[in-house]
Design a binder for this molecule. Sequence first.
Ligand code: SF4
Length: 387
Amino acid sequence: MLGESTGADLVIVNTCTVTGEAEKKTRKAVRRALREHPRASVVVTGCAAAIDAEAFRALDGRVVVAGKRELAEATRQADRLMELIPPLRSSFRAMPPRVDGRGEDPISVLRVGRGFPTRVGIKVQDGCDNACTYCIVHVARGRAWSRPADEVVEEYRRYTEAGVREIVLSGINIGTYREEGLDLADLLERLLGASSEARIRISSIEPRDVSERLIDLMARSDGRIARHLHLPLQAGSSRVLREMARPYSAERYVDLVDRLYAAMPSLSLSTDIIVGFPGESDDDFAETLAMARRCRFSKIHVFPYSKREGTPAAIRSDQVPPNVKALRAAALSELGDRLRNAAYEVRRGSVECVLVETNGKGMTESYFEIDVAAELSPGELVELRLP
Ligand code: SF4
């Protein structure tokens, strides 16, 4: 909603608290919104706002802190939006009533067309019932809950009808999807049956939630469920995993990876690893390096451990010195680059389904970005030989 000459009437900032750095950037974004839009109400939502609402309210009287669900509901109904943000009453003309006689539509806006990415995310789940000792996200997001399968399937169908050819299922812990007796594999089966036009990608899944049925379904889907999984490892030492309260050991993780590769030899596996968790020794870190090589990761997101206030790991006295963390992060990143190159080399010359993106780029099923011919249209899914 744009005002006459002084910018927007409403700015929404979605905040993040996954690392200290992310939280800092979030506060900066709120301050910038206040500065650049002197008349706007600035709605702050997301994880950092859930953890410390007062810190955001204290920035300015124009800041409104709202939960994500509350905000999503308010943006569908003008009255509720104005209840949440009273100053909008003066600049907001009443929305005309829907003419099709339908009630509130939970999927009212499709994010397709100019300005939107070719790959679309559909949120299927939120929240987490785990309590990893370094993590504040499960506190910010609360208990796990799942969207009704009918709603997800309908949104998926509408996107495929609108021409979207890759859908990413997202959530905080999507492996825990449970709704009316359906789990993630059931939901995927329903999506596969709803339209054969799009490829489905599972964004990230906790190792303990990868069931045999899910592996089997992925293997049988012939690429309709991308043979790419992001499987957070976090540490390669069982002792460190225990202290992180991760619900698996290094041995179980390796066993899962072996079963995945056996079912899908072309599978691409990416992961997150934290280095320098409190008490992590040189030997623990050596186990992480060995594990990374063993699992042949195609991409490693390396996170030097950063304290999150309010978590058990933050108050441990055996914090790893910053210089040691930096050295370990550099060593793991260097290994990650080598493994990524090796993972691409084994694919070079093979044929994969590639989603054409903008600027002559495309995303392979195995999640490598490659150059594609300029005449291909963004959004198309085409079989290409990897250069
Ligand atoms: S699985 Fe662990 S790291 Fe992930 S959101 Fe839940 S508590 Fe946080």
